[in-house]
Design a protein around this ligand. Structure first.
Ligand code: URA
Length: 177
């Protein structure tokens, strides 16, 4: 039986790292369990924690608008880490490791053809160590899945010069489907 069935409850109960132990609301992945594409971000921010859904803030709006532009329909959207790190700091290595069973469950259950890894934390999770300026839009084959490295939408909001490259990476993900 799919591990997705108990995933939500397991995440809610998880105390494997300090983030889980702080008692804040986790943000679960969402989307069809048979989606062809999985979008993986870093960790929820304040808006996501409030609403309990991934990518609902300004970066999320940019992401969702760009996915629509490329007619990428019904993606499964999730994050490397399911609880919001305080002050939106980057998740620590031990937090990423503590949360990795959940993302692995999602990947094994959804079996996406393509994963769009948004930002450095997600790219590094999949073993992509180079700078995003070098790998944005490149496709890596990881355990039989095409992983496309892509700038994080928050980085694009901070520096709109990255818009074309962001679009290019999402276009690559569409073509790889
Ligand atoms: N940034 C992320 O990486 N994930 C979210 O869900 C929201 C913002």
């Amino acid at each position: 039986m799919s591990c997705l069935k108990d995933l939500g409850q397991n995440i809610v109960l998880c105390k494997k790292c300090d983030l889980g132990s702080m008692g804040t609301n986790p943000v679960l992945g969402e989307g069809p369990a048979d989606s062809k594409i999985m979008i993986v971000g870093e960790a929820p921010g304040a808006n996501e924690e409030k609403v309990g859904r991934p990518f609902v803030g300004r970066g999320g709006k940019l992401l969702r608008k760009t996915l629509e532009k490329f007619e990428i329909k019904n993606p499964y959207i999730t994050n490397v880490v399911k609880h919001r790190p305080p002050e939106n700091r980057k998740p620590k290595k031990e937090e990423i490791i503590a949360c990795s069973d959940f993302l692995e469950c999602e990947i094994n259950a959804v079996k996406p053809h393509v994963i769009l890894a948004l930002g450095k934390t997600a790219a590094e999770y999949f073993g992509i160590k180079s700078r995003l300026s070098e790998v944005n839009g490149k496709i890596f084959e990881i355990k039989g899945i095409k992983v496309v490295a892509c700038y994080h939408p928050a980085a694009v909001l901070r520096n709109t010069n990255l818009t074309d490259e962001f679009n290019q990476a999402i276009g690559q993900a569409k073509m790889a489907l």
